[in-house]
Design a protein around this ligand. Structure first.
Ligand SMILES: C[S@@+](CC[C@H](N)C(=O)[O-])C[C@H]1O[C@@H](n2cnc3c(N)ncnc32)[C@H](O)[C@@H]1O
Length: 283
């Protein structure tokens, strides 16, 4: 296992390249990937084809939330900002949305998308989800979409979710989990950046959230995350086509990774939605 900061740098480089490459986002059928992972046509239309086309999520966490007007929503690893715009609409002008991401290129893209949207209630912050630039007990909702699997220190992230939620505050997290993942593929940078090699099991995820003091933790939705979804219809396909030198991998390595994925991981990779809450004080 590489040191934690080295893993974060590798991930940051990959996502910085992904969002700035010309092939990323808004291609032939922008929004089709977003709809395949759970967004409605209305959500993709309202956010705009370019923003929806830049989705690198693996679910739609807000669709499993009951976010109300006036509330504060925090998005961990907010990327290009698709979920921020949907949340901004839900909380309305009296509410607030905070997006945290560590990748400067992602934040710049999100900033441009937020400016174009006209929403005034979105605050973007650079930081790592293992040490959130957010006050204690200050948010009603934590959401996250396909990010925690990328963290080399998941227990710190779960602890941060617990710290920043108000008592009674809730979370809705869409993320990848794996079962029987081959140890030989754990250090593979392409599979790691693609949200697979860093993923833990469903049981470990549930235990991590509960150990951090979160309550009523359960899985709301599960779907197989197929090779087609991961590699063929998403901006993530930059890992195997347009940026062959990404993260030290050659085209041949990348092709081999794709073949390995299809052969060895089929049926072992799922996209889940986790929900739960911080207990009320004294409760
Ligand atoms: C797979 S993308 C998902 C982006 C967005 N949630 C979406 O649905 O499109 C992962 C994002 O998480 C960010 N990220 C990964 N690890 C992070 C960490 N440890 N701290 C902060 N941001 C992180 C990356 O910069 C990238 O923007």
């Amino acid at each position: 296992m590489k040191p934690e900061n080295e893993i974060r740098s590798q991930v940051q480089k990959a996502y910085g390249e992904a969002i700035t490459q010309t092939a990323c986002c808004g291609g032939a059928s922008p929004g089709s990937y977003a709809q395949a992972i759970g967004y409605s046509p209305a959500e993709t239309t309202s956010a705009g084809a370019e923003v929806a086309g830049a989705s690198m999520g693996c679910g739609n966490p807000l669709s499993f939330s009951e976010v109300q007007a006036g509330e504060t929503v925090l998005d961990l690893g907010s990327g290009a900002g698709f979920d921020l715009l949907i949340a901004a609409e839900k909380v309305g002008p009296e509410g607030q949305v905070i997006g945290v991401d560590m990748t400067p290129e992602m934040l710049a893209t999100a900033q441009a998308n937020v400016a174009a949207s006209g929403y005034q209630n979105i605050d973007l912050r650079q930081g790592i989800i293992e040490n959130l630039p957010v006050d204690d007990a200050s948010v009603d909702w934590v959401i996250s979409n396909c990010v925690i699997n990328l963290s080399p220190e998941k227990e710190r992230v779960f602890g941060e979710i617990s710290r920043v939620l108000k008592p009674g505050g809730r979370f809705s997290i869409s993320d990848i989990v794996v079962a029987d993942f081959p140890d030989t593929l754990r250090d593979n940078p392409i599979l790691y950046n693609s949200c697979i090699a860093g993923a833990i099991s469903e049981e470990e995820y549930l235990a991590g959230l509960e150990t951090a003091g979160l309550a009523k933790v359960k899985v709301n939705m599960r779907a197989e995350f197929t090779a087609e979804l991961l590699f063929s219809d998403s901006p993530s396909d930059f890992f195997n086509t347009t940026s062959p030198d990404c993260c030290g991998a050659s085209t041949a390595d990348t092709q081999q990774n794709l073949e390995l994925f299809i052969k060895e991981l089929q049926g072992k990779v799922q996209s889940l939605n986790f929900v739960g809450q911080k207990p009320q004080q004294g409760g």
